[in-house]
Design a protein around this ligand. Structure first.
Ligand SMILES: [Zn+2]
Length: 131
């Protein structure tokens, strides 16, 4: 990655986005904890096995579905937290706002809409086409 590119953002803008990233991270952490607790208590009540076999069987489908939904939510949150952490690390390194792939500055509007964006619009679109 070329190191000559400069962040497209001014110092002030970077600080603003950093604040937003930190706020968002706090929110995600709270959500994450809530979900973990609810997943945990769901497992607990299951283990006490108060329901009869038939009822439990009938209920298993929905319970599994609920838990899978929770798990994918947890994964989403974890994924976002990772992206935020990476963005924060890049702010500290002074490489924030540069595309991970081509090293060019990411569009300013894009960063303001998505402070943890790590690819410029062109590379992001290219990536989505591959998937
Ligand atoms: Zn790029």
């Amino acid at each position: 990655m070329p190191t000559t590119s400069k962040s497209p953002l001014s110092k002030k803008e970077t600080i603003e986005l950093k604040d937003r990233l930190l706020d968002e991270r706090k929110d995600l952490e709270a959500q994450f904890q809530e979900l973990e607790e609810s997943t945990f208590s769901a497992n607990q009540s299951e283990m006490t096995g108060e329901m009869g076999f038939d009822e439990e069987y009938a209920d298993a489908g929905t319970a599994t579905f609920e838990r899978e939904k929770d798990l994918s939510l947890v994964n989403n949150i974890r994924d976002l937290m990772e992206r935020i952490d990476k963005a924060l690390a890049k702010i500290d390194e002074g490489t924030y706002g540069l595309c991970d792939r081509c090293g060019k500055p990411i569009e300013k509007l894009r960063l303001k809409a998505l402070p943890y964006a790590n690819l410029c619009l062109k590379d992001k679109q290219a990536e989505e086409r591959v998937r």
